[in-house]
Structures are given as C-alpha cells and as structure tokens.
Design a binder for this molecule. Structure first.
Ligand code: THG
Length: 466
C-alpha cells in the first residue's frame, strides 16, 4: 500500500518496456536466502515490518529476531573476542571486537577519531578506528564467509561467464577477474570476481541471491539449448568459509604457517592458487576489498576454525587482530571500492559509476554490450567527497547540494581513519569537478564537502601490488 504508486509505475514499465526504470533488486522475490524462506521467518518478519512501517529506522538498526540463523565457523572465537554482531542475509557479522578496546590507548594522535553526533554514534564504536589502524599498519583477520560465492563448472562454464559478464574471463587457470553483470539496457546488475580454478571450473564472488538465481537460470537455459555446452552453478557459500588476511605484515604471518610460496612474483595480485596452510587445503586469492596486501583464504567449513586459530596464533608476534565491518567499510571507501546496491544499481551504467575500467569492450558481445555501444555521454557521475570540517560523519542517502541546488545524494559514507576525515560517495551532475564545493544536508544542517580525486588511499597501488 505504502509503495503503491511506485509499484504501479514499475509494473507498467515492466509490462510495456520489459524493464523497470527504477531498480527493483530490493523487491525481487529471489533476494531471500533459504533460511529466510521458512514459514516462521516470513511470519515473524512480516509482522515486524508492519510494526515498523512508519518508524524512522537507523541505517544500521539491527534485526532483533530471528537472529543467529547463520554463523561462520569462526563464531566461537568472535564471541570470545567480544564481537558486536549485526545481521545480514541471516548471517551474524562482527562490526567490531571489544577485545580491541585496549588498542585505543596506543592509537597515535592522528588516528584518534573525533566525537560523533548521537545519531551517527549509534551501533558504532571508536574501536573501529583502532581496527583500521592495525589493518593499515600491521595485519588483521576479516571474516568474509557471508560473501556469497558460487562454483560455475562444465564445458559451457566459460561461455556462460563470457556471455553474462563484462570481463575477459578466458585467461589461464589461476587468473582472477573483477567484472560486472549488466542488464540488456547496460545497467549494472552486479559486480563480481571470477577466479578460474581449472579450465572448466570457476569460483565467482557475487553479491546476493538475485545474482545466484540469475546465473542458475541462465545456466539451465544454456544447458537446455545445447547439452554439449552444459554448465552447472552451485551455491558453495554454506559449505565453505573465507578469511581475509590483510595488512602490510600479512606475508610474514602466512609464511609462518605455510611452506607455499607467497612471494610477490609467484602469487601475483589478482591471481589464485591452491595452497596448504597449517596442513589445511586452502584456495588463496590475492585481492583485497580493504586495499591492503594479502589474500582471501577459502577452505571448507569443517576446517575453518583450525585455519582461524593457525593464522591468529602465527600473527601474535606481528600484532594481528580480528577486525569487523565498521573498519572494513571505512577502508573500502578510502580505496574507492563500490558496493553494489549502494554506489550502483541497474539504474546506473558502468561509466557513470566509475566502473568503465571493468568493461572489456573488445572481447565480443555480452549482455548489455549493444546498449553500452549506443550509450550517451554521462550526465551524472559517482564522485568522492571529503567533508571539510574533518569531523561531521553522515550515514548515506542524504541530499547533496551543488551550485546551491539539490543535485544528487550520498550513496555510502564513513569516517576515513587513514585520511582523518569523513568520506562520502555521491551522485552529482557530470559538470561537478575536482575541487568543487558541495553541501550535504544532515538533520537540517548543510555540511560543506569537497569533490576529491579518488581513491583517497594508495592511488598508485603500491600497497596491493607490493
Ligand atoms: N571478494 C570477492 N568477490 C567479491 C567481492 C570481494 N564479489 C562481490 C564484491 N566483493 C565485488 N566488489 C569488488 C570491488 C573491487 C574489487 C574487488 C571486488 C577490487 N578491485 C580492483 C581495483 O579496482 O583496484 C580491481 C583491479 C583489477 O581489475 O585488476 O579488488 O570482496 N572474492
């Protein structure tokens, strides 16, 4: 009822044009994870939605029930370390660890976070500053288990991924590719990573269940059309787990528990390898959403706790910590990494979102390529803003004024601990240029900010490639 006019418009567009101009991924039935499809879950969640429908909810406001539906193998350690959990897709995700509170005393002056207003201080802790500091200067463990991943396999696997993605996937085994899934109009459906583990076997890191259902449906259609090009898409998230081991000392830590070669020239940036760590079988991918040296380390769920313990113990002499989503989100914004559903959706084309580099135009046809070839020059762009006063943190979705007129909105925001200033990404007219002044409206106040070059941290990629 509350969304009736918008729903009517979207449905009319779907019927007449085959595509809604408003992104609908938050309305897709396919967005629900299996644990969210039980009768009890649907009943309780729907009743709670009714209670909250007119409430002003904090962007991080935790779901209170049902909780603890999915936990990673590291959950007992996370509890011991005093994790503050928030929920996503049924998963319990640590946002920071109370065990790191003592680091606030060691935190250098330049890293001390400013006081927050009461709204942005909710569901937040200054401990995140200490976790960001340790990640940039030592080494940290991040639980990446909730990041959805699928195995794509079969003689038609390469064809499927080449056809649906913007990337050049036809590289030798071991290669990892960052690329986009587009819709027919060239809008961004998702951004994914694809690791070629073997000639006919890939592992893709995807964003949500909508991506999974899309890949699965397309795979089934391809297989039905030509059985010699069969391809299978399997959700391996629950049976596997992932640790992000990141920071300038990550190589020291991993070398203590593995005899495999993690040197810069052997396992290069955006390459993967099958390795042993503390005797466990691990798929290592050298990439980092927080923009530091290190690897995503995947193993089966039964081995997860052993992997965590081995790395945690080996890292003690290097000051290793477990770090949570609050630090993670700040670090990825400093590095300029977009988050699907926040920075971009199907309403945006890659170039507008600053993701043109992920489109390999010369690889031949793929879903969305024809539309991109005819796309007009962008009239708006996703831009990086730095808040001038160095302390006013906004939350996301605030209006942004350019030339004194409302001209766009904030997509994600965080305090940038490395740069010592709040960051906001925002949609702005294409004519907004680096150095231009804008204002972000926050509780009736106008907060001055400056359009800035990005990324704010490590534009030369020395940390990642070092
Ligand atoms: N890890 C893995 N898969 C993922 C994510 C992840 N899939 C979903 C989501 N996160 C995808 N988002 C990103 C965003 C940026 C990068 C990786 C995943 C990234 N970008 C490099 C850059 O822009 O500098 C790409 C460099 C290149 O193209 O060579 O690393 O976190 N497994």
């Amino acid at each position: 009822m509350t969304h009736s006019a918008g729903v009517a418009k979207a449905v009319a567009e779907l019927l007449v044009e085959g595509r809604s101009r408003t992104d609908l991924h938050e309305c897709e039935v396919a967005r629900f994870e299996d644990v969210q499809r039980s009768e009890a879950y649907v009943s309780e969640t729907s009743q709670q939605n009714f209670v909250e429908i007119y409430d002003i909810l904090h962007p991080l406001q935790p779901k209170e029930s049902p909780r603890n539906l999915r936990t990673s193998p590291f959950y007992p350690r996370q509890q011991e370390l005093g994790a503050f959990f928030l929920e996503s897709g049924g998963w319990e995700r640590p946002h920071w660890y109370e065990a790191n509170a003592n680091l606030l005393k060691e935190l250098p002056e330049a890293w001390q976070p400013p006081e927050r207003d009461s709204w942005s201080a909710r569901f937040h802790s200054p401990i995140a500053a200490a976790e960001a500091w340790k990640t940039r200067t030592a080494v940290a463990l991040y639980d990446m288990t909730p990041l959805k991943r699928v195995e794509v396999s079969g003689p038609g696997a390469l064809d499927l991924l080449q056809r649906l993605s913007t990337g050049q996937i036809n590289k030798k085994p071991g290669a990892v590719t960052y690329c986009l899934l587009l819709d027919e109009a060239g809008g961004v459906r998702s951004d994914i990573t694809v690791a070629r583990l073997a000639a006919e076997r890939f592992q893709a890191g995807i964003n949500n269940n909508v991506d999974y259902e899309y890949l699965r449906r397309e795979a089934a259609e391809q297989t039905a059309a030509d059985s010699s090009r069969w391809v299978q898409v399997r959700d391996i998230t629950a049976g596997t787990c992932c640790i992000g081991l990141w920071g300038p000392l990550a190589r020291e830590v991993i070398s203590k528990v593995s005899s495999d070669d993690f040197s810069n020239n052997t396992l290069k940036y955006f390459r993967s390898a099958q390795v042993r760590i503390a005797g466990l079988s691990v798929t290592a991918m050298r990439l980092s959403y927080v923009g530091e040296l290190g690897w995503e380390l995947y193993t089966t769920s039964d081995q997860g706790l052993k992997l965590w313990d081995a790395l945690y113990e080996a890292g003690q002499e290097h000051g290793i910590i477990a770090a949570g989503r609050a630090a993670f989100n700040s670090l990825r914004l400093e590095k300029g990494y977009r988050l699907f559903g926040h920075e971009m959706t199907s309403e945006h084309r890659p170039e507008e979102a600053g993701l043109g580099f992920a489109v390999k135009a010369d690889k031949g046809d793929f879903v969305g390529s024809a539309a991109l070839a005819e796309a007009p020059e962008p009239t708006r762009r996703l831009r990086c803003l730095v808040v001038d006063d160095g302390r006013s943190v906004v939350m996301g979705k605030e209006p942004v004024y350019f030339d004194a007129k409302p001209a766009g909105y904030v997509t994600s925001a965080a305090f940038g601990h490395t740069i010592g200033k709040p960051i906001a990404y925002a949609w702005l007219p294409a004519e907004a240029a680096e150095g231009d002044k804008v204002e972000i409206e926050y509780f009736g106040r106008r907060i001055p900010a400056t359009v800035s070059a990005e990324p704010l941290v490590d534009p030369g990629m020395e940390r990642l490639r070092g």
